[in-house]
Design a protein around this ligand. Structure first.
Ligand code: TNX
Length: 490
């Protein structure tokens, strides 16, 4: 079985010799300006995969020879009838690797397949003779990363993006603000990071992304076919803002910093005029800084917000984002305020789910992040040194065996546009700790997001994932050897 995770629509081992990418290999693109441009852009990614730089040539000028990697754009790529712009066909035959895709993002997905098929050999990397024809099930395949409880700097987030790209994920949702810290520079409100970014859970120093950092992350993500979605969590989870901006409190006094891990005690106050000014400044700046179509307004666990205030603030936030041309996203609680979030993210099946079906009937899209499967900050098992356990223990098989369209009873399956894993960082302070929680479980959630229902099967997955760990180690990612898989050669 070809060791590709998430499982492709079709993967066939062919007769014939492997292709070998060496220092002589060239990246040969189709002749159009778009293809040449893509080739130049992707040469870096290919170079990183094969540990050597690769020159770019044009198919109409230089016919491919063995050892070359051909990249072409063609609408006919991918499975029969597939419409996803990320569809691609990958062929390794007669010593030449060819990726044909319907878009540049499809080429990037094909390169992720390349990354899982290549094996180091003397002088380069070999790829077996294969044909892979592939397209994703869901358009939205994400990871939500909490950089508020503990801050993770640009270099760490780039490593997470690298990992995501290898699993064909395409959305990085950054949870940028919470009680313990405000992690994004807001030009119109410099005090938010000057005063609100200096702490984290446990009292560590915190940190934040400057406007330039955030742009750099988005560029890095974009090159990997990943959209960054910033989350400004409102009206709860706002202690850092209430600390930095005294005018957001009814008594005009700044709230003290908070470094614990309780939730649900802080709130914006809908009756204060300062609140609307704050929302306009912050969301206006965030919209202007955001390259993708979405901004997440949070809306979860606002236990200290009266329901009318909650509705008013979520309504106003969604309206401001729309005025700035952005699509508002919210946690599932926001589905209770009709006409606000256009995308809602389900995280907790223990709170009333009825509003979701109604929201979906009015055109709202749903992303699935059920904690008992997709919260990768849950401990793997009792006594695991990292993580929380409010949603139970989440072993690898728990992250694998679930069906996104069945999380919410009565929800129209067509309303489900995607799947998002989430990793909250109350207990996680280093990249090693973070990836120990992500690997291997993120591969399981990625398969739930990419692979068709009838192609998903634990035994097949366990067989394919067991060989991936040497790649993680080569890339320097810490991982947890879940006892549910017989890790090949370990
Ligand atoms: C619930 S998920 C939260 C977060 C916590 C997380 C810990 C969600 C919308 N709220 O504030 O960090 O649990 O697992």
């Amino acid at each position: 079985m070809l060791p590709i995770v998430p499982r492709p629509v079709e993967a066939t081992l062919l007769d014939g010799a492997p292709s070998v990418l060496t220092s002589q290999s060239r990246l040969v693109t189709g002749p159009s300006a778009e293809e040449v441009g893509a080739g130049v852009l992707l040469a870096n990614l290919v170079g990183a995969l094969i540990d050597r730089s690769i020159s770019v040539a044009r198919l109409d000028e230089e016919p491919p020879r063995p050892g070359d990697l051909v990249l072409r754009l063609d609408e006919s790529a991918g499975p029969q009838g597939a419409t996803s712009t990320e569809r691609y066909t990958f062929d390794s035959r007669d010593g030449v690797v060819e990726i044909v895709a319907a878009s540049v993002d499809g080429l990037v997905r094909g390169m992720a397949t390349l990354g899982q098929l290549l094996e180091p050999v003397v002088g380069g990397y070999s790829i077996p003779a294969v044909r892979v024809v592939d397209a994703p099930r869901f358009a939205w395949r994400g990871l939500s990363l909490d950089v508020a409880r503990h801050f993770f700097a640009v270099e760490d987030v780039k490593r997470v993006l690298q990992l995501m790209a290898r699993l064909k994920l395409n959305v990085l949702h950054l949870h940028l603000t919470d009680d313990q810290g405000w992690r994004l520079e807001i030009p119109s409100r410099p005090e938010l990071t000057r005063l609100g970014a200096t702490t984290s859970v446990g009292g560590g120093p915190g940190g934040f992304f400057s406007v330039e950092d955030f742009a750099e992350l988005q560029t890095f993500a974009h090159a990997r076919g990943i959209t960054v979605i910033p989350e400004i969590d409102l009206p709860g989870h706002t202690n850092a803002a209430l600390h930095a901006c005294p005018e957001l409190n009814a008594d005009g006094e700044p709230k003290p910093v908070y470094t614990g891990i309780e939730v649900g005690f802080s709130s914006l106050d809908a009756s204060l005029p300062a609140t609307e000014r704050f929302l306009r400044d912050v969301l206006g700046d965030v919209a202007a800084m955001t390259r993708g179509p979405w901004v997440h307004l949070g809306g979860d666990e606002a236990h200290d917000t009266p329901p009318e205030d909650y509705a008013a603030i979520v309504r106003l936030a969604a309206e401001i984002l729309r005025e700035h041309g952005k699509v508002p996203v919210g946690w599932q609680e926001a589905a209770g305020v009709p006409g606000t979030a256009q995308v809602v993210q389900v995280w907790h099946t223990g709170i009333p789910l009825e509003p979701l079906a109604a929201a979906a009937a009015s055109g709202v899209q749903v992303v699935m992040s059920p904690a008992e499967h997709a919260y990768l900050d849950m401990k793997y098992h009792e006594g695991f040194p990292l993580g929380l356990e409010w949603a139970g223990f989440v072993e690898l098989r728990d992250s694998y065996e679930w069906e996104p369209t069945e999380v919410v009873p009565g929800l129209d399956p067509d309303a489900v546009v995607g799947v998002e894993a989430a990793v909250w960082t109350e207990t996680l302070t280093t990249l090693d700790e973070l990836t120990t929680m992500l690997l291997p479980r993120l591969t399981a959630v990625a398969e739930a997001a990419w692979s068709a229902r009838e192609r998903r099967d634990w035994d097949s997955y366990a067989e394919r994932v067991r060989g991936l760990w040497p790649r993680w180690e080569r890339l320097g990612f810490s991982w947890h050897p879940s006892p549910q898989v017989d890790w090949a050669g370990r």
